[in-house]
Design a protein around this ligand. Structure first.
Ligand code: ADE
Length: 230
């Protein structure tokens, strides 16, 4: 079984449109939908927003469903000049940019990095190419903030100049997956570009469409992944 994690309702709704024969179940207040994408059995979970919600729910997901692979989808805020709204960002690694013990550990204490599964990352890239969707592969920056104010953007990019986008769950999901040795992929679609004016309004305008793009890539990834198994 493959598990998909999304944080907010728009992201869940986009994926539910692609899920066949789905049934819902609630465990400890977390919603799970089981169904199929093609022949592949899938469970979709709504993590809620932020790293604590993501860590708690991902642990529950793994203990209850023991998925072979986890894919995190949804929206993100672009951090680079060459990015456009709706572009996809595929993580090759994830950093918790707000993890900071540098006062006692020195520079080593800044950020907490987890690499993503290389094979899944390459499948995501192949699927984006096949669907002719613009994508960027690189570092996803994860923290408990919606990034858009100048001060937030400057602080983040000063420490992690290679970050491609900011979001709020991937760092926790990555750490929990690494702990339980579950391969994982992260593919996000940009609902806002953090250095553009009023990117908070752009989020509300584009979140639904961006959610659809990342759900579509996820479904194609699962199809490609399950074809490889036969
Ligand atoms: N999700 C979508 N856009 C985001 C942003 N700018 N910062 C954090 N999470 C996001």
């Amino acid at each position: 079984m493959i598990a998909i994690i999304a944080a907010i309702q728009a992201e869940i709704d986009a994926l539910l449109k692609l899920l066949k024969d789905d049934t819902i179940c609630t465990l400890d207040g977390i919603s799970f939908w089981q169904g199929h994408i093609g022949e592949m059995a899938v469970v979709l979970m709504q993590s809620g927003v932020g790293k604590v919600n993501a860590a708690m729910s991902t642990t529950l997901l793994i203990k209850h469903y023991a998925p072979e692979v986890i894919v995190n989808i949804g929206t993100a805020g672009g951090l680079c000049e060459d990015e456009q709204i709706f572009d996809l960002v595929i993580a090759d690694q994830v950093v918790q940019y707000d993890f900071d013990t540098s006062y006692v550990d020195g520079a080593e204490g800044i950020g907490r990095f987890v690499p993503c599964d290389k094979a899944l990352c390459m499948y995501c890239e192949a699927v984006c190419k096949a669907l002719k969707m613009n994508y960027h592969t690189g570092l996803i920056a994860s923290g408990d903030q919606f990034v858009g104010r100048d001060s937030q953007l400057r602080a983040l990019l000063q420490r992690f100049p290679k970050a491609k986008c900011a979001e709020m769950e991937a760092g926790a999901i990555a750490q929990v997956c690494a702990h339980f040795a579950i391969p994982f992929a992260m593919v996000r679609s940009l609902s806002d570009i953090a250095f553009q004016e009023k990117s908070n309004l752009s989020f509300w305008e584009y979140a639904e469409q961006a959610s659809k793009r990342s759900a579509a890539i996820c479904a194609a990834l699962i199809q490609a992944w399950s074809d490889k198994q036969v």
